[in-house]
Design a protein. Structure first.
Length: 167
């Protein structure tokens, strides 16, 4: 079970005790926000993509969406999400529980700047009914194969939502 891999991954650091399991699904941003009791933006959704022959994970704010032009400019390829069976095999977590923890060797993790506006965020912890609260610094430090912070998302900036000039 994937959540057990994540618990083992955090064992020794004391962070396994911070994993929360819910009696309801937290497999989507909306469900996770409701289960945790926070705004959707604070859910750190992890999406898995194929990049050439490799699999990568990009963790972004729950209210952000991949911007194809920014993705292509950063990775020099079109964004291609992994299918369910590919995510299970290549990432080791099923969609709904994909996270950046306890990933197989060689899987790179990127964190999107959309997360940085929050003091803490809630990524999944390997199952479709779990989450762990972390700061962005903890997320960076704890993410398997952390490679870089990227800016590949849209829809979260105030100016993109008709709130130009808003603070």
């Amino acid at each position: 079970m994937s959540i057990e891999k994540v618990r083992e991954y955090f064992r020794g650091s004391g962070m396994e005790e911070r994993i929360r399991e819910f009696p309801v699904s937290s497999a989507t941003v909306e469900l996770a926000a409701k289960a945790v009791g926070v705004e959707p933006g604070r859910i750190a959704k992890s999406m898995s993509f194929r990049l050439g022959e490799d699999a990568i994970v990009i963790v972004m704010a729950g209210d952000a969406r991949v911007d194809n032009a920014r993705y292509k400019a950063r990775f020099h390829a079109k964004a291609k999400m992994l299918r369910f069976d590919e995510a299970h095999t290549l990432i080791g977590h099923d969609p709904g529980g994909v996270c950046s923890f306890a990933l197989p060797e060689g899987v790179r993790t990127y964190l999107d700047v959309s997360l940085r506006r929050f003091a803490t965020v809630f990524p999944a912890a390997g199952s479709a009914n779990s989450a762990i609260e972390m700061t962005c610094e903890e997320l960076e430090r704890c993410s398997s194969g952390f490679t870089a912070w990227v800016d590949v998302c849209r829809g979260w900036r105030p100016e993109e939502n008709g709130e130009e000039g808003a603070q």
